[in-house]
Design a protein around this ligand. Sequence first.
Ligand code: DGY
Length: 321
Amino acid sequence: MALPRIIVAGRIPDAGLDALRPHGNVWGWKHDNPIEIDELYERIDGADAVLTLLTTKVDRSFLDAAGSQLKVVSNVAVGYNNIDVAECRQRGVIATNTPGVLTEATADIAMALILMVTRRLGEGERIIRSKQPWQWGMFMLLGTGLQGRRLGIVGMGAIGQALARRATAFGMTVAYTNRSAVTPEIEAELGAERLDLDELLATSDVVTVNCPYSSETHHLIGAEQFELMRSTAFLVNTARGPIVDEAALVEALRSGAIAGAGLDVYEHEPMLEPGLNDLDNAVLIPHLGSATVETRAAMATLAARNTVAVLSGQPALTPIT
Ligand code: DGY
């Protein structure tokens, strides 16, 4: 019997490719820049499995280009807003993602952004790099301490909870909003109080976005929500850009409706809303949430294991449900 054809649509760590090779004929894109769509569609024609990155759009055209023999699309990411899951389901294609393995790395980045924006570290670094003369001053770049401040977490899944653990170690108290409450044990461990979104926005010193992106969470945080937030509060987004209305965010940062923002993700990634780049009270990093050597290897390996499971007739380890 012919070995299955497995296409890896973006460059992934060797650990993932090594886990795939014994199970099929593997072709993988070897470059950091994304594969052109024409080449992608040519490569996936007749594939049994495709591993995708969050920059690979899996829609009707993709599924048509692959053909009806396609069994599995394994996203090397926990977020899957790049995949038309309903369309996959209708065609009998299993879609999978990589939850769990990037929880700690992403929570680290959220905590790092909280520290960077509240302590004005980006501004400080820019002063040094500008090569302008500077000297220590009592009032230079005064920031906001975290101790005793409230962190409001929007989306209390695994990453939200991992962030809450970090924040409590920094002396913060935790409130959260989520479709369903976390268990009483977790609430007790984190001292976390569940609030509705409006109350959370109005009472938090730092608001972090940690929920998945969907039509329900599109622009969940926009002009109205910034109005509710304290003028001394900060917003941090490490989830998906379009959960925040970025034009409204620029306005809120400019007008002083909120004190600052730390962003790892952007509404029109990799493009930025005009003006965002010029704001000193915004800390901007390029979607680095899961960017550690260990985490990226674990993501690639889990995606490979999902692929192999489906190709061998087993249930996927982490299907998108
Ligand atoms: C994911 O896996 O969804 C992350 O955004 C990657 O960093």
